[in-house]
Ligand binder design. Structure first.
Ligand code: GDP
Ligand code: IMO
Ligand code: MG
Length: 425
């Protein structure tokens, strides 16, 4: 099996977890390369739903090795809770099947608090973050004051770094936000306990991964969030703080680009977004309600209702360029089963002019008018289809039209949340 990067090509929650679970069967290693526990990746196996936040979705397959790469920001309490939660459900997570990069940056309670304080301070112009401390942690990483797993494992180094951080944060907390100061000892002690529990999982991830490739093993790179939440390419500032595009897979793992064979972009048969920011194809209220209910469109991490809209081919066409996507996986086709008409946005118009790509300026983004083409719906149940040929003719036509507009092959179609409800094309 080739080394494959799987990315979301919309605004996250495309069904990456399910696609990763499908592809894990034929791979040896699954690695997360960016983001943190802002992600919620759902896999439904044997009637049981598992939602992964930090641990790669491949963990449900016995015998596969999973890695949390250096590009991920790790909340130790969140990670340990996730490991424990899986163990309780009979999924063993041990150093034999989960490694964490010693270079991964750690999320501290002050990151979470700062995330929420910042959002509250800006009020209506807020990003709508998950409140997990992701932005503030990546901010510290870029400011070169972050604390990495390797630092945590050295008690004296950790003490010094934490002291410096807390001194600085306390000025911010008390003087800017009028919030209570942080207690050094409390954080130091609780994180020292996490250190003991995480030590056995700690690995030199670039070494482990590159050695595995040399031995002929294959790697699946599990993207979190989506292309339009990417810090560089997304709907900035309404983005997350990491590179969710395929390039992030190299930076976030220490595996070079020449070792990557393929990039699969995951899309929903429509579009969703959680949080604030432009969304040209957003549904009017009645349709929003219908699709949200049928598609169970509520956040896997924060349980917030997701905003829903028609498939936006302008957006995904550009995602294909940004990621070098060579295959597409379409999920949630079944959610459109009851629609008498399905629409696809093929172009944006702004001030009377057609736009081929989304504008960089966020205000212009919010003003674009989506131009749609309409197709008759299939008004039939697709959830039992086991192959492309078993789909109703209008559903086949819809997918063929998407392929035509995107210029990339659809290689996977998903028609339900269960592991069995998907097929290769
Ligand atoms: P991710 O973050 O990209 O892994 O996606 P999420 O897990 O946040 O959201 C996808 C949701 O859709 C989950 O609840 C999945 O169980 C569900 N899902 C995935 N594929 C399908 C599908 O083909 N049809 C339906 N109805 N649900 C799906
Ligand atoms: P998965 O991996 C959908 C969104 C938040 C917010 C913005 C910034 O499950 O697809 P953050 O907490 O990252 O600073 O929030 O990004 N967001 C996601 N939306 N799916 C996700 O992950 C997301 N992770 C973050 O809603 O708009
Ligand atoms: Mg999700």
């Amino acid at each position: 099996m080739p080394n494959i990067v799987v990315v979301g090509a919309q605004w996250g929650d495309e069904g990456k977890g399910k696609v990763i679970d499908m592809l894990t069967e034929k791979t040896d290693i699954v690695v997360r390369f960016q983001g943190g526990n802002n992600a919620g990746h759902t896999v439904v196996v044997g009637g049981q739903e598992f939602i992964m936040h930090l641990i790669p979705s491949g963990i449900l397959h016995p015998g596969k090795y999973c890695v949390i790469g250096n590009g991920v920001v790790v909340d130790p309490a969140g990670l340990l809770e996730e490991i424990e939660g899986l163990r309780k459900r009979g999924i063993q997570v041990t150093p034999a099947n989960l490694g964490v990069s010693d270079q991964a940056h750690l999320i501290f309670p002050y990151h979470r608090t700062l995330d929420k304080l910042k959002e509250a301070k800006v009020g209506p112009g807020k990003i709508g973050t998950t409140g997990r401390g992701i932005g503030p942690c990546y901010t510290d990483k870029a400011a070169r004051v972050g604390i990495r797993l390797a630092d945590l494992l050295d008690r004296e180094v950790f003490r010094k770094k934490l002291q410096l951080n807390i001194e600085e944060k306390n000025i911010l907390f008390t003087r800017v936000y009028q919030a209570p100061a942080l207690n050094f000892e409390e954080i130091f002690e609780s994180y020292s306990r996490y250190a003991e529990q995480l030590a056995p999982h700690t690995v030199n991830a670039p070494l482990v991964l590159n050695r595995a490739v040399k031995e002929g093993k294959s790697i699946l790179f599990e993207g979190a969030q989506g292309t339009w939440l990417d810090i560089d390419h997304g709907t900035y500032p309404y983005v997350t703080s990491s590179n969710a595009t395929a390039g992030g897979a190299c930076v976030g793992t220490g595996v070079g680009p020449s070792l990557i064979d393929q990039v699969i972009g995951v899309v929903k048969a429509y579009t969703t977004r959680v949080g604030e920011g432009p969304f040209p194809t957003e549904f009017p209220p009645a349709l929003m309600e219908q699709i949200r209910t049928k598609g169970k469109e509520f956040g896997a991490t924060t349980h917030r209702p997701r905003r829903c809209g028609w498939f936006d081919a302008v957006l995904v066409r550009h995602s294909i360029i940004l990621n070098g996507i060579n295959e597409i996986a379409v999920t949630k086709l079944d959610v459109l089963d009851d629609c008498p008409t399905v629409k696809i946005c093929t172009t944006y118009r702004l001030a009377g002019k057609a736009l081929e790509t989304p504008p960089a300026n966020i205000d212009r983004w919010s003003q674009v008018e989506p131009i749609y083409e309409e197709h008759p719906g299939w008004l039939a149940d697709t959830s039992q289809a086991g192959s492309f040929e078993e789909l109703p003719p209008q559903a086949q036509k819809y997918l063929k039209r998407l392929e035509e507009l995107l210029g990339v092959r659809i290689s996977i179609v998903s028609v339900g949340s269960k592991r069995e409800q998907a097929f290769h094309v």
